[in-house]
Write a protein that binds this ligand. Structure first.
Ligand SMILES: Nc1nc2c(ncn2[C@@H]2O[C@H](COP(=O)(O)OP(=O)(O)O)[C@@H](O)[C@H]2O)c(=O)[nH]1
Ligand SMILES: [Mg+2]
Length: 340
């Protein structure tokens, strides 16, 4: 899962990036991209690791990407760079002081959302010009693509981001576009240290996925030892660090579930979209597994824990054989049988 961090200048993007990735600022260079991966925390994986005692326990990972160009929003390069992200985290300034004006979260949100809309408009206009040239030269017809693009255009011209029209942007003819206004967005209010409430803002908190982070506080937290952090969490009444909360919300936003695999050496967690069938889950691991897919041996996490061991579960009959079209469930422990 790749998450792009965007926001207006001074919203606290760098601060939030450091909080989420538990990195320390190495004098960030202007214009330079920052990227870092973190584990997707999952207690079930630890329990499985206890059971199987593998050499390695491998968590699913999330990649945070902070484009370095965010100071110049009109530069289309930023938007090209975030196009392959699975979701965007839109950081909004909700703190004041230190020479900052009163925060204006709704205005800020809309200002950046308009940039996303503009970026997509430009992509569509360019493509349409191209299609027109091709048509004049008697090349193939693009009737369907054009019709879909026109629908997108209409929404964008009405200042509506394309994420409000998933059935449209998921059409096969539009798959390759990677519209930035179509990407799922998690709105992250960057609050002052003392304030952990989600502001209620009509037209924003009721329309978008929103959550709060106290960026500066969490950035400090991210740099503490586990011991120091514990005191700090209690003092500021933080239930879990921002890292965990943001990852969890991002998974929810994207409709991701986890399944687990084990071989002698390693127990591993994988993220897939809800509704993924067994053969496509196998593909996430290796394309050979999809090609040569025979069966999936599946047990629900809870059944396995209850049985105490894989052998016991087998005896109890809770290990099932499933076919290609079995819909993977969150927590499934799967062994793929394949032959290539
Ligand atoms: N009070 C307060 N200040 C913050 C917070 N987050 C960031 N800042 C300050 O705001 C300024 C801009 O933050 P920065 O992360 O560089 O913003 P960016 O331009 O979006 O990357 C810096 O001086 C930060 O220390 C916060 O949550 N609370
Ligand atoms: Mg910055």
């Amino acid at each position: 899962m790749k998450l792009g961090i965007i926001g207006l200048p001074s919203a606290g993007k760098s601060t939030v990036f450091e909080a989420l990735t538990q990195t320390i600022s190495m004098a960030e260079k202007k214009g330079e991209n920052r990227i870092n991966t973190m584990q997707v925390p999952d207690e079930r994986l630890a329990a499985l690791s206890n059971m199987f005692e593998p050499k390695k326990t491998i968590f699913a990972r999330v990649e945070y990407f902070l484009p370095g160009m965010m100071g110049s929003l009109k530069d289309q390069k930023i938007w090209t760079q975030v196009r392959d992200c699975h979701a965007l985290i839109h950081v909004i300034r909700n703190f004041s002081g230190y020479g900052f004006d009163e925060p204006m979260p709704l205005d800020d949100f809309n200002a950046l959302d308009q940039e996303l809309i503009l970026a997509d408009l430009m992509v569509i206009e360019k493509r349409m010009e191209r299609i027109e040239q091709d048509r004049q030269r008697g090349k193939k017809e693009y009737a369907e693509e054009l019709a879909l693009l026109n629908q997108c255009l209409k929404h964008l011209e009405n200042e509506m981001p394309l994420r409000k029209f998933p059935e449209l942007t998921e059409a096969p003819a539009l798959k390759g576009y990677g519209f930035v206004s179509a990407q799922p967005v998690l709105v992250l209010f960057n609050n002052d240290d003392e304030d952990d409430r989600l502001p209620v803002i009509e037209n924003l908190t009721n329309k978008e996925d929103c959550m709060v982070i106290r960026g500066k506080l969490e950035q400090e937290l991210a740099q503490m030892s586990a011991e120091e952090a514990e005191d700090f969490l209690t003092e500021f009444k933080i239930s879990a660090s921002a890292t965990d909360r943001v990852i969890q919300r991002s998974c929810e936003l994207l409709g991701l579930i986890s399944f687990f695999t084990f071989v002698k050496k390693e127990v591993k967690a994988w993220n897939v979209k809800q509704g993924t069938v067994a053969v496509d889950a196998a593909d996430v691991i290796h394309s050979d597994m999809k090609r040569g897919f025979i069966r999936a041996e599946v047990i629900a996490y809870n059944d396995l824990i209850e049985a105490g061991s894989y052998q016991e579960a087998r005896k109890k009959g809770t290990v099932r054989l499933e076919g290609k079209n079995y819909t993977v469930q969150d927590g499934d422990v799967i062994t793929f049988r394949f032959n290539v």
